[in-house]
Design a protein around this ligand. Structure first.
Ligand code: KG4
Ligand code: ZN
Length: 352
């Protein structure tokens, strides 16, 4: 089954063609330069840019895959969560395509896309691990952070066991980077600086050290960085900056891993999959693998390109819904009162 995936929930206009787990094309237009000067995503600018780029990005994805629109079996589009104006561009484009081609349309939860991304098969990369359930999913992105029990690949199979009480992990990275005058997005910048720093040189609090709780909170850690800057001054581009980044990152990574391991123990599950933009973090990947090996657990990481926002994960997540035994398909409708998309069911089904 050839599925065209479309993703416009935040600051990436993305389209991909996926056949089962195999990625035939994966095109991403990043809006990072557009939002950089504001230190975060400006929703109105994001929506306007999605509108300008959606068609060329979809065309490029089809061309790269070497398939024509008529060969596509179905369209999968992110329907939530995200910036409503940004989501609407992808949704309306996908809906128009579906209508004009008379092909099924399926709405995909962005978080479900992230949670299955590690099982995508990218050309030129090592084959992905086998997708089996149950799994523990550790999702850490710019908008969301949580630990899930994954009983299957559909949204209703994901049971959230814990989440953040305030900022998402990526958001904490972005806010700390902004405070330190590093730029946007902060995750990759802090990741790079931290790799040259010594985390033991700066004392920062642990985000919610309660071992039994699967929730996490980053506000205390963030405040700690603010206090550090207030009392020591803003570090320049020097070793002190690298050490501060390393100390911050160490705390975030340990907090995330501790929740994932606690969830694995609580649920009696020995496989953990990590997902979301923060899954691209070098220390999270290395420490996750190291600590999992010590505990006899399997730790699955998506390739770095599958970690951050992309449309291949949306097409892949959509393929499970299209193949699910439920006779009706899920499709996307706009709630007329809120103008937010919601998932409803549609009569016609498509089976593999
Ligand atoms: O999943 P994603 O691409 O978009 C959302 O769904 O939010 O995640 C973006 C987030 C940003 O906050 C970014 O700073 C963070 O992921 N990020 C990283 C790294 N690469 C991206 N955080 C830590 N280390 C990285 N290497
Ligand atoms: Zn995302």
């Amino acid at each position: 089954m050839l599925i065209l995936g479309i993703e416009t929930s935040c600051d990436e206009t993305a389209a991909a063609v996926v056949q089962d787990a195999k990625v035939l094309s994966d095109v991403i237009h990043s809006q990072v330069p557009l939002h950089a000067e504001y230190g975060g995503v400006v929703p109105e600018l994001a929506a306007r840019d999605h509108l300008a780029k959606i068609r060329p990005v979809v065309d490029a994805a089809l061309q790269e895959a070497g398939v024509g629109l008529s060969e596509v079996d179905a369209i999968a589009v992110t329907n939530q969560p995200g910036l409503s104006g940004a989501l609407l561009i992808g949704l309306e484009f996908a809906r128009a395509l579906s209508f004009s081609l008379d092909k099924p349309l399926v709405g995909v939860d962005h978080l479900v896309g992230h949670l299955v991304a590690a099982f995508l098969e990218f050309p030129g990369e090592a084959p992905p691990p086998e997708l089996t359930f149950p799994l523990i999913g550790l999702l850490a992105s710019g908008g969301h952070t949580g630990v899930y029990r994954m009983n299957g690949p559909l949204a209703e199979d994901m049971i959230q066991l814990g989440g953040t009480r305030d900022d998402a992990a990526g958001e904490a990275y972005d806010k700390v980077a902004k405070l330190l005058g590093l730029g946007y997005p902060g995750g990759p910048l802090i990741d790079r600086l931290a790799s040259e720093g010594d985390p033991n040189q700066v004392e920062l609090s642990r985000p919610m050290p309660d071992k039994k709780n699967l929730d996490v909170s980053f506000s205390g850690l963030k405040t700690n960085v603010v206090r550090y800057v207030e009392s020591h001054g803003l570090p320049g581009n020097d070793q002190r900056l690298r050490d501060l980044c390393a100390a911050f990152q160490r705390r975030v990574v340990q907090a995330l891993l501790q929740r994932a391991f606690a969830a694995a123990e609580q649920e009696g599950i020995r496989r953990i999959v990590v997902a979301g933009g923060v899954a691209a973090n070098r220390e999270l990947r290395a420490e996750g693998l190291r600590q999992s090996a010590e505990k006899g657990l399997e730790f699955l990481v998506p390739s770095r390109r599958a970690s951050t926002d992309n449309a291949a994960m949306i097409a892949y997540a959509g393929s499970f819904r299209l193949r699910s035994p439920v006779s009706e398909l899920w499709t996307v409708r706009m709630n007329p009162r809120t103008a937010l998309p919601s998932v409803t069911r549609k009569g016609r089904g498509l089976r593999a």
